[in-house]
Design a protein around this ligand. Structure first.
Ligand code: PMP
Length: 327
């Protein structure tokens, strides 16, 4: 779907996957006016195909658009474009357990010219549909994380809360460092003090305190420098309904160390569309390294995971109205 100052959104088309032809002076190549979303269509227990909270993705997309001086897209148009794709061929949505159809809506600035004075006057919105396999095969594996004290992902007033490609481009160097340190993922800290935990490269974080009936979860507050994850938001609603109080707050790296040492902090997990919920097993920084709990997936992590996956695939009821039938 195209947008320009004269026509607004227009020219919606469904086309086979193919390369785009763009002028080398197209705005997005030079000034990175680009952003995206990521969500999945699931084949559910009753045979229907549904997305999980696509309206929330539309809302986040439009909030990102506002930050990047791009035109918002009406929620109905955003959701309708997903329906249109899934309706074209239901068989695109894989039937195997844990598989899904990944949907990648994105928008790029298409004005031609090298001037940098104002935002582009034309844009292109596209949705790619691509089958995706189960994130975990052969059991849930905890990830190891590297506390990145050298690099920051986002600064106050910047684009950290927007899902723009530039945030990810700036993250590759820290991700490479994490891998070099023998870890799977980066944990980003705040830009000012480098000690408040923010999020991971593509997932939000939750900390579990206590165990059994006394377990509660805390996730870093939305400070403007981390992405407001839809999985994160869903867990803040779901956990209390399962008897697990959930709060937003601040967690420093020292509190993480101390909570772990005292046994008060029992589990840590990451959450996002891709892996739903992933346990964090090991933490490494420039000066130390520790296991979270036993280093194995904990009971609160697995309970929340089971519930959320159950709602997505239709094995559990959805009292929240999160499931949106696409076909
Ligand atoms: N943080 C970042 C930086 C991400 O890229 C993602 C994935 N969209 C998330 C958190 C998790 O968000 P969601 O639950 O909406 O997938």
């Amino acid at each position: 779907i195209r947008w320009d100052t004269e026509h607004g959104w227009h020219d919606a088309r469904l086309e086979p996957y193919a390369p785009l032809s763009l002028d080398p002076a197209t705005a997005v190549f030079h000034y990175a006016q680009e952003l995206f979303e990521g969500l999945k269509a699931y084949r559910r227990a009753d045979g229907s195909i549904a997305a999980f909270r696509p309206q929330a993705n539309a809302a986040r997309f439009n909030a990102s658009c506002e930050r990047m001086a791009m035109p918002p897209i009406p929620e109905e148009t955003f959701v309708r474009s997903l329906e249109l794709l899934v309706d074209t061929d239901r068989d695109w949505v894989p039937a195997q357990e844990g598989h899904s159809l990944y949907l990648r809506p994105f928008i790029i600035a298409t004005q031609r010219g090298l001037g940098v004075n104002s935002p582009s006057s034309s844009y292109l919105f596209i949705v790619i549909a691509s089958p995706s396999a189960a994130y975990f095969t052969g059991g849930i594996k905890p990830v190891s994380v590297w506390l990145s004290e050298e690099y920051t992902r986002a600064a106050p007033g910047g684009t950290g809360a927007a899902k723009c490609g530039g945030n990810y481009a700036a993250a590759f160097v820290a991700q490479a460092q994490a891998v070099q340190e023998g870890c799977d993922q980066v944990v980003w800290l705040d830009a000012n003090e480098h000690r408040w935990v923010e999020e991971m490269g593509g997932m939000n974080l939750f900390f579990v305190y206590g165990s059994g009936a006394d377990a509660r979860v805390v996730t870093p507050s939305l400070t403007g420098t981390l992405l407001p994850g839809i999985t994160r938001d869903s867990l803040l609603k779901l956990a209390p309904d399962l008897g697990i109080p959930a709060a937003e707050g601040r967690i420093s790296t020292d509190q993480w160390r101390e909570g772990n040492a005292s046994g008060e902090l029992t589990e840590v997990f990451a959450c996002g569309t891709a892996a739903v919920i992933t346990p964090v097993g090991r933490v490494k920084s420039a000066r130390d390294e520790w296991l979270v709990g036993s280093g194995e997936p904990g009971p609160v992590t697995m309970r929340l995971r089971e519930e959320l996956v159950g709602i997505q695939y239709g094995d559990r009821p959805d009292p929240y109205g999160w499931i949106y039938k696409l076909a």
